[in-house]
Design a protein around this ligand. Structure first.
Ligand SMILES: [Zn+2]
Length: 475
């Protein structure tokens, strides 16, 4: 009788899996047309001009300021601007309904330098601002002058149409995102905080329309980062026993430290799908290819399998756990002298929920050797997670559906850091999305050679920002 019972149980399981697989409801916004009536025709040329300022330094960011004043005259006239630490800009577009919380649109003016020796890999000069072969070429094309130009141009064109937002819109353009953002975004946040401004939401760079990057789906995905990982450095310091290298103890400080590093590598922080990474799966599930869909629609059963797959590659592993790497090691002076101490610096990227203290305690436990001290050197915890379906989250989701109808909306966890993290002091609702198309190939061009954006993307970026404003602030 046992086999009959088993067969019955198995059949029931398959039925449950099947029913869940076909009935998992889509989380996508219904198809709808864009309501913006502006076009982004001027954007490629304006972007090319912005790229010609090699804003890798304060001086160059300063040289770009007259261009920003001259290119968008309606913005200059209608929106009061504050200079933050001289080069950061905070514009205020006052809404007609003071009862509504404001929104913040962010971009940064600076770019990373071009790596020495990589010039030959650029088909056009990195700061030439060349428009050729259907693209705008140059450093900053995608990171993040398209954000800067796209937002400016969207507001300029809406002003031209006589549009007035119901909600107040702040435009926040930092000057030093690539070098920690302390002068720009951090100071802008301090200013808004001092005034008691509590934004409904903040929109920064970060995600993209991706193709071939989200597993399990064939369609392009509008990836929006709803949280970003934290960053912490730890010192592991091993103390050796005194003695002479002619009659050494069993382990020197270097040997003790080596075992400590080994222990840290062998015992990673626990993995979890209980963060934005899990939300990614839930949004993909209804849209996924059949094999993926069976798994993703049945996470109550399939999570262990999904977790194994996620952990098998560094990029997806980084979305499910705090990852750490020993990147600095120091110790020892002379070949015939026992080292008194040795130290290593371990860098960790923290998922939401893991604090630096928690990681330090984990290290101490897995090392299990009182001769090794664990110290926290720097600690920036992960950002809070923005709800994908808040009022502002839905305005973004709808705008993406309207402007990029072919793409599915996928919330995600950013494994790198953006200026957006500073805004966590004002609101958890920080959404990170850049209006660009990205493939595994073009991903390498961010901070690398041959950075470019298609002319089409540059124009569409303006429509995207304008539609987002309309959805957030009334039409
Ligand atoms: Zn950037």
């Amino acid at each position: 009788m046992l086999w009959k019972t088993l067969l019955l149980a198995l059949t029931a399981l398959l039925v449950i899996l099947g029913v869940r697989t076909v009935s998992v409801p889509s989380r996508q916004a219904p198809p709808q047309s864009a309501t913006v009536t502006i076009d982004g025709g001027r954007a490629p040329e304006l972007l090319a001009r912005a790229i010609r300022f090699p804003t890798t330094s304060r001086e160059e960011v300063a040289r770009m300021q007259p261009f920003l004043n001259e290119a968008w005259p309606r913005v200059r006239e209608a929106l009061p601007v504050e200079k933050v630490n001289e080069l950061g800009r905070l514009y205020r577009w006052t809404g007609s309904d003071a009862a509504l919380a404001p929104v913040v649109l962010m971009a940064h003016q600076d770019v990373v330098p071009v790596e020495k020796g990589s010039e030959a890999q650029w088909p056009h000069p990195p700061f030439g601002g060349v428009i050729a072969d259907g693209s705008v070429w140059g450093r900053g094309a995608t990171d993040d002058k398209i954000g800067l130009v796209g937002i400016f141009e969207a507001v300029e064109r809406l002003l031209e149409q006589g549009y007035r937002p119901r909600r107040t819109v702040y435009l926040a353009f930092g000057q030093d995102e690539e070098t920690l953002g302390e002068q720009g975004a951090k100071s802008i946040v301090a200013l808004l905080q001092a005034r008691g401004v509590k934004p409904e939401a903040v929109f920064d760079e970060g995600g993209a329309i991706t193709t071939g990057l989200v597993p399990g789906v064939d369609r392009p995905a509008a990836v929006v980062a709803i949280a970003e990982k934290g960053y912490a450095d730890f010192e592991l310091k091993a103390t050796g026993e005194p003695g002479h290298s002619s009659s050494p103890p069993r382990s020197t400080a270097i040997g003790i430290l080596a075992r400590a590093i080994q222990a840290v590598e062998d015992h990673p922080m626990p993995a979890t799908l209980d963060t934005a990474a899990g939300q990614t799966l839930d949004y993909i599930a209804p849209e996924a290819k059949p094999a993926f869909r069976v798994l993703l629609a049945n996470r109550w059963l399939a999570d262990p399998i999904i977790m194994r797959v996620m952990q098998s590659k560094p990029a997806s592993n980084a979305t499910v756990r705090t990852v750490c790497s020993a990147n600095v090691i120091e110790g020892g002076v002379k070949s015939n002298q026992l080292p008194q101490s040795a130290r290593a610096v371990v860098n960790c990227r923290l998922i939401p929920g893991d604090t630096a203290e928690k990681v330090a305690a984990h290290f101490a436990r897995v090392i299990g050797d009182p001769r090794v001290k664990v110290n926290i050197l720097t600690a920036d915890n992960a950002s809070p997670e923005a709800p994908p379906e808040s009022v502002a989250g839905r305005a973004l989701k709808t705008a993406l559906r309207q402007i990029y109808p072919e793409a599915i909306y996928v919330p995600s966890l950013a494994i790198g850091a953006t200026d957006g993290r500073y805004f966590a002091a004002l609101t958890p609702n920080v959404y990170r999305f850049s209006p660009i198309h990205v493939t595994p190939e073009t991903l390498k061009q961010m901070h690398g050679p041959a950075e470019h954006i298609s002319v089409e993307d540059a124009k569409t970026a303006v429509r995207f920002y304008a539609q987002l404003i309309l959805n957030l602030c009334g039409r």
